[in-house]
Design a protein around this ligand. Structure first.
Ligand code: SF4
Length: 190
């Protein structure tokens, strides 16, 4: 591993430690474990979801529940290796009954994601679902905009649905698979 990667790894570890001990919002009182995120310090893509769910809260790891299995299968299908990616959420602690994070919680947690993106400096930030789209870019209408690559302030963002959406609408599985194939092509081209 080169010096840049070692430095990035140190910085990511520091961010993770800060998240694990964070008491910046009320979610610190109800979480079992904060979930900083996981993956390569030199990832080509950072996936950003909404917030940890029950399994993630128990294990302290991102996307390890049912939605995580679906994402993993879609990545495998598109030949995107886990070693190429970093996976995290806009809010690092589980919300009670998996409710949507409040604006105040998103704002207080925002700095951690910004730092992770800045340290890893991926080719593409892949936004998973409406909440992350709105929190990161102020966007609306993920269903209409999914599959698109957009550039803002020198950073490329790819939009797709949240894998959990496919649990309730099975036809969306194909949509997620298509988007991951498209993302795979974009990573190779960049
Ligand atoms: S959700 Fe974010 S801001 Fe709130 S306690 Fe967890 S790490 Fe801190």
């Amino acid at each position: 591993m080169n010096t840049k990667n070692n430095n990035s790894l140190d910085l990511l570890t520091q961010i993770s430690d800060d998240v694990i001990h964070c008491t910046n919002c009320e979610l610190c009182h109800t979480r079992k474990n904060a979930v900083p995120g996981e993956g390569s310090a030199s990832a080509n893509v950072i996936f950003v979801g909404e917030a940890p769910g029950k399994s993630e809260d128990i294990q302290g790891k991102p996307f390890v529940g049912r939605a995580g299995k679906i994402l993993e299968a879609a990545l495998l299908n598109a030949k995107i290796s886990r070693s190429q990616v970093f996976i995290t959420n806009i809010v690092k602690c589980r919300t009670p009954r998996n409710r949507r994070p409040k604006q105040d919680e998103i704002s207080r947690c925002n700095d951690y994601l910004n730092k992770q993106i800045s340290v890893i400096n991926p080719k593409i930030v892949c936004i998973l679902g409406a909440t992350a789209y709105s929190a990161l870019l102020g966007g609306k209408g993920i269903t209409l905009n999914r599959g698109k690559l957009i550039s803002i302030d020198g950073r490329d963002y790819f939009l797709t649905i949240h894998p959990a959406a496919t649990l309730y609408r099975r036809r969306l599985l194909r949509v997620l698979e298509e988007d991951m194939m498209k993302l795979s092509k974009l990573i190779m081209e960049q």
